[in-house]
Design a protein around this ligand. Sequence first.
Ligand SMILES: CC(=O)[C@@H](O)[C@H](O)COP(=O)(O)O
Length: 255
Amino acid sequence: MQIYDTEINSRLLVGTAQYPSPAVLVDAINSCRCEIVTVSLRRENADGSGTGFWDTLRQTGTRILPNTAGCHSVQEAVTTAQMARELFRTNWIKLEVIGHADNLQPDVFGLVEAARILCAQGFQVFPYTTDDLVVGEKLLEAGCEVLMPWGAPIGSGQGLRNPDALRGMRAHFPNVPLIVDAGIGRPSDACQAMELGMDAVLLNTAIAKAGDPAAMAQAMAQAVDAGRAGYLADPMERRNMAIPSTPILGMAELA
Ligand SMILES: CC(=O)[C@@H](O)[C@H](O)COP(=O)(O)O
């Protein structure tokens, strides 16, 4: 999978928040073999002092995708992105402009505005967005080359609440990398996202809050691979009626 100018082999992207300890986080990253992890600037001091959280992540060999988690305004998100670029030395930014405190849904108007500003400043923006096609188009016009639609509210673990809308996004943006971001709770949710033709899945809470995060990370990676393979294998159409799968030709006649 190509995102911006980077070739990526793992289709599972992982968040780094809420783990019981940095050691558990590292175990989870190693066990799912993800290549990209997203990090909130709030986890690291801009002057490089502090917990050394970034140093821990660097040892995993993953690529950092800084995020603007918790930003509620365009200005806050833009400033956070600029600080993240300095600190993490990357043009990548997962852009979150949160619009509602209850369901943490994106403020799509602010998101488009912030994306436009950041793309003009040379950032490669990964926008956390809704499944709205018009918003998707505006983000692409702003300069984004990837879209990250939500599957359900962040941290809810509800699984995909919008499979039809995600299918619609796939059809509408056949050549744009689509990464489902947020709301995945179980491996079957990740698999479903991939079966719908999404290019990748980003998740955090489902691994961090599992009883055994490393085992869950591995299960998520396997689910992502299975879903991708299923999508590529072109699944059969669903039918309303039963159709016998065993041929009746050659059956014994009991007269
Ligand atoms: C850390 C991060 O980026 C999350 O905000 C992301 O949206 C994943 O959401 P879940 O925790 O629901 O997987």
